[in-house]
Design a protein around this ligand. Structure first.
Ligand code: CTP
Length: 417
């Protein structure tokens, strides 16, 4: 299921809690699992628990998804390879049969052109009621696939068909349907407007630290990853400020760009961009600067100059330090010449703690990898609980995945507040 996207719709049934385990199983197989939690579903499982497991967006409200320029629920209904409704109640089956679209779940189901798998779970009498049987027959005719219900003791004490299908059966049906479903060619997008109303700042590119007016010391960095992240944040609706060292890249659409040269200028621009909800430090900041750059060009011929270097301020550590202006989520990078993934994660974990940031994206920049200047990046995503390997992706895809994670985290934090 690597890279496939299964949109899970969780209506309000007692078996909703089982879907938490379903999310875990799907993700363990490599699937992305965005979730639509109906109002009823939210009575049984919380958005926070769902988003913690899903690691992707959890959508709860139709109107939150409607952007003036673009209908978010339409996009949501088309972006997944498969839609799973579990536990499907008698109510949602009736709504699907009638084509009602009064909330996000039903609007997505009506708007989708993707395969839909339904796992009913309800009281046995409700399941056997002629109205439900009619609805199921109609939905089957419409091409909707069913798994279950299983028979047995139900939560309400009655016995008969009505239990949610076993998760192993659900997984088998999902695997089978995914194998037949065409892979959705997802455009470069993340959940529409999921960061609307939020502010983000991103550092990107190298810094140039002058030796004299014509020479400088610097770090290798194209700025491609940082710029892609700023663009993805802006697409997701965040008001985004990009603080860019010298690069050849054009300004990303919809992003406010401050161009700087030195680490000190970058720090000043970053702190001026506060307060912000999200900070992502992708810049390859030069760790040292020349203590006293020469005012005029140093001429050769004499003894080679000895450069007296002093350490630059750490922008990431400054932004992540506790204080009233600390962004709610601070993300750093760790560029290391370390090709052993376990050792890379260990260094990244130490860096995360040393700099007090929330997440670190670690990558191996050993010569021979095409990270510097290239369009790809193989990263480890390191958070407090653990590390995930994202494999080798285009930098644009790394940016999208990161922004989807940021959106999920911000919505979980908002739900918890
Ligand atoms: N960083 C920063 N300011 C600095 C140095 C680094 O904001 N003066 C940020 C980078 O943007 C990145 C993270 O810190 O998000 C780690 O950068 P990296 O170069 O991997 O590590 P350093 O802190 O420079 O440490 P070292 O070079 O010793 O590994």
């Amino acid at each position: 299921m690597d890279g496939r996207r299964v949109l899970l719709i969780i209506p309000g049934g007692i078996a909703a809690y089982k879907c938490l385990e379903l999310i875990r199983l799907l993700r363990a197989q490599g699937a992305e699992v965005p979730v639509v939690l109906t109002k009823g579903g939210g009575q049984f499982v919380t958005p926070l628990s769902v988003s913690a497991l899903s690691g992707a967006n959890v959508y709860t409200d139709l109107h939150g998804l409607i952007d003036e320029a673009e209908m978010g629920h339409i996009r949501l209904s088309r972006d997944s390879d498969l839609i799973v409704v579990a536990p499907a109640t008698a109510d949602i089956l009736a709504k699907m049969t009638s084509g009602l679209a009064g909330d996000l779940a039903t609007a997505v189901l009506l708007a989708t052109d993707k395969p839909v798998l339904v796992a009913p779970a309800m009281n046995v009498k409700m399941w056997e009621h002629p109205a439900t049987m009619r609805n199921v027959a109609q939905l089957r005719d419409d091409g909707i696939r069913f798994v279950g219900p299983a028979s047995g003791a139900l939560a309400d004490g009655e016995v008969g068909p009505g239990r949610l299908a076993e998760l192993s059966d659900l997984m088998t049906s999902i695997e089978g349907m995914l194998a037949d479903a065409p892979v959705v060619d997802r455009p470069a997008l993340v959940a529409v407007a999921s960061l609307a109303g939020m502010t983000a700042l991103v550092t990107s590119g190298p810094t140039f630290e002058p030796i004299d007016p014509v020479r400088f010391i610097s770090n290798a960095s194209s700025g491609k990853q940082g710029h892609a992240i700023a663009a993805a944040l802006a697409r997701a609706g965040a008001q985004t400020t990009l603080i860019s060292g010298p690069t050849d890249l054009p300004d990303p659409d919809g992003v406010m760009v401050h161009r700087v040269r030195t680490a000190q200028d970058m720090l000043a621009a970053a702190t001026a961009a506060l307060p912000a909800d999200i900070a992502v430090c992708a810049a390859a900041v030069s760790d040292w600067r020349v203590a006293e750059p020469n005012g005029t060009k140093i001429k050769k011929g004499g003894a080679p100059p000895v450069l007296n270097l002093i350490e630059n301020p750490d922008i990431l550590a400054t932004l992540a330090a506790p204080g009233p202006d600390r962004p709610g989520l601070v993300v750093g990078f760790a560029a290391e010449t370390e090709s052993d993934p376990d050792a890379l994660v260990t260094i990244a974990r130490e860096k995360r703690e040393a700099k007090a940031c929330d997440w670190i994206i670690a990558n191996d920049v050993t010569p021979g990898t095409d990270t510097f200047g290239g369009d790809h990046n193989a990263v480890q995503f390191v958070t407090e609980p653990g590390a995930e390997s994202w494999g080798r992706l285009e930098k644009v895809q790394v940016a999208e995945r990161l922004v989807a994670r940021i959106a999920a985290q911000m919505s979980a934090m908002a739900g918890a507040a």
